[in-house]
Write a protein that binds this ligand. Structure first.
Ligand SMILES: NC(=O)c1ccc[n+]([C@@H]2O[C@H](COP(=O)([O-])OP(=O)(O)OC[C@H]3O[C@@H](n4cnc5c(N)ncnc54)[C@H](O)[C@@H]3O)[C@@H](O)[C@H]2O)c1
Length: 301
């Protein structure tokens, strides 16, 4: 018996990397899977004539699983509506949406081109909105199921990668979108959570030999895309109905649960703050709270 028997999952960006590993395992666990992938290059340009989505589907079918390939561009609002409709037409329902499609176009904030910003925001943030918007309309009409929204985010946003302001912003936008969905869709049987992965894929292969914190190499099993799969499949199960509005960090052999942001320390007035009092109270209270100042906040130069 599979962990996802009878469930229907749509995974965007599933032609390669982490999405492909998720699609293959979900199919092996009994889900019918829609493998979406445009086949874009890493900066989002072009399409791959070798159709990675079709290759993943061929592998799933060869292993006895059920899957269809789809080449929809997730940035296209109308096309993603058709994708959700096609999923339901093909497999009768949609239980799990995994938003994994992604590109990167790195650059420092002071050199970033408008097109770098727009394209990354478009694939990650708007793409996640597009599929979620249409899937949630179906979930609302078909309440009573155990529906799952699983969005891919990144440590790049959580910790603030200096060379990825566009990507960091898009991913933290997805965190906000996920929190909002966790509140708005819970009544329709939907849980909404994020995965912040680490894996050796084409997106991270340039880090090979450069990272001081982990061994980015194709031979390191801890950093395989397969190590991101278990928490995604876990969140997708019918039984996992009790975790909502959370971020899981996974990869490099670890699976972690982030705390959600909460107020660390506050100073309070009964009236209207005057600047001197507010400055003095914040200086004293917040300095004490931040015994270990955030290294990312340190000015350079
Ligand atoms: N690899 C990591 O360590 C890492 C770290 C943090 C976050 N992530 C996130 O995990 C997800 C998967 O990343 P990956 O490392 O497997 O990358 P990947 O490049 O191997 O796979 C991403 C896939 O998305 C597809 N795609 C791009 N634009 C698309 C579009 N408009 N419509 C449909 N498909 C599109 C690409 O064709 C590609 O196959 C991404 O959201 C990424 O931002 C990855």
């Amino acid at each position: 018996m599979g962990k996802l028997d009878g469930r229907v999952a749509l995974i965007t960006g599933a032609g390669r990397g982490i999405g492909a590993a998720v699609a293959e395992t979900m199919a092996a666990e009994g889900a019918s899977v829609v493998v979406n992938d445009l086949g874009a290059s890493m900066d989002g340009s072009g399409t791959d004539p070798e159709s990675p989505a079709q290759q993943v589907v061929a592998g799933i079918e060869a292993a006895g699983g059920k899957a269809i390939a789809d080449g929809t561009d997730v940035t296209d609002f109308a096309a993603t509506e058709a994708l959700i409709a096609r999923t339901v037409e093909q497999f009768g329902r949609l239980d799990v949406l995994v938003n994994c499609a992604g590109i990167i176009r790195d650059g420092m904030i002071f050199k970033m081109e408008e097109s770098q910003w727009d394209s990354v925001i478009s694939v990650h943030l708007k793409g996640t909105f597009n599929t979620t918007r249409h899937a949630s309309a179906w979930w609302r009409q078909n309440r009573g199921g155990q529906f799952r929204l699983i969005n891919f985010v990144s440590g790049s946003g959580i910790y603030g990668s200096p060379v990825q302001p566009n990507y960091a912003a898009a991913k933290m936008g997805i965190v906000g979108l996920t929190y909002s969905c966790a509140n708005s869709l819970a009544g329709y049987g939907v849980t909404s959570n994020c995965i912040a992965p680490v894996a050796f894929t084409r997106m991270t292969e340039s880090l090979q030999g450069k990272s001081t914190v982990m061994d980015y190499s194709p031979d390191n099993p801890r950093i395989s895309a397969a190590n991101v799969v278990p928490p995604v499949v876990w969140l997708a199960t019918e039984e996992c109905d009790w975790i909502n509005g959370r971020i899981l960090q996974c990869g490099n052999g670890r699976i972690g649960l982030f705390s959600n942001p909460s107020v660390l320390r506050e100073v309070v007035t009964d009236g209207v703050w005057d600047l001197d009092t507010a400055f003095a109270e914040m200086d004293s209270s917040f300095r004490e709270a931040l015994l270990h100042p955030n290294p990312f906040a340190r000015p350079r130069g």
